[in-house]
Design a protein around this ligand. Structure first.
Ligand SMILES: [Zn+2]
Length: 214
């Protein structure tokens, strides 16, 4: 795990949530982020104003077990563990991720709609693809799209199946909902999330404008 500035992880999660809020990724209390540290897995709470999180609001969970074992809970009893917990766990368990984030970006939602019938988002020939693990700008980027469910936690099995089917891809789109993106550490997860969001936006806007991207 690399936190380049050696910032404590709860502080880092609060800072990243403010940045993601400014990007429109975690507005309306949606979205979230989880980072693995030496002590366990840090996770933002569910259903709160993500841009106003404080370090003492962050949960610390035992990362070695699939069931929820709380190592450190916020003092505020109204805070609940993120609804995304089992989905974040998919990336930690199946990919050995160091960080996972969930965005409700409008570009992810529109991209999932645009490619709904195909079942996967596709783009090719864009420079920003280089920010994705193992991807060059002339390769074809493919991101699986899974159907949304009434409860976030009900996405767990279909997200896991998509991750198994697309082993080279570090993202899963959820139709009409958003995207999950992960990386070996928080910086790679953030970089990849920014690149995916750029690609989703580029393709959606190109479609709207009726122009070819490459
Ligand atoms: Zn969500």
């Amino acid at each position: 795990m690399s936190t380049a500035r050696h910032e404590p992880i709860p502080e880092l999660i609060c800072e990243l949530c403010r940045q993601f809020y400014a990007l429109g990724w975690v507005s309306g209390t949606g979205g979230g982020i989880s980072i693995r540290g030496a002590e366990g897995i840090y996770m933002a709470p569910s259903g709160v104003q993500k841009e106003r999180l404080r370090p003492e609001d962050i949960w610390l969970l035992d990362g070695a077990h699939d069931d929820v074992k709380v190592l450190c809970a916020p003092a505020d009893p109204t805070l609940k563990i993120s609804e995304c917990r089992p989905l974040f766990a998919n990336a930690f368990r199946l990919r050995g991720a160091g960080a996972v984030l969930h965005s409700h970006s409008l570009w992810a939602v529109l991209a999932s709609r645009l490619f709904a019938e195909r079942g996967e988002f596709v783009c090719q020939g864009l420079e920003m693809q280089k920010g994705l693990r193992g991807m060059g700008c002339f390769d074809a980027v493919r991101v699986p799209i899974i159907a949304n469910t009434a409860r976030e936690s009900e996405l767990t099995a279909s997200m896991a199946a998509a991750m198994v089917a697309y082993p080279a891809v570090d993202a899963v789109l959820v139709a009409g909902h958003g995207v999950y993106v992960w990386g070996s550490g928080w910086a790679q997860a953030k970089t990849q999330a920014e690149c995916y969001d750029y690609l989703f936006r580029a393709v959606v806007e190109a479609n709207r404008l009726g122009v070819r991207l490459t």
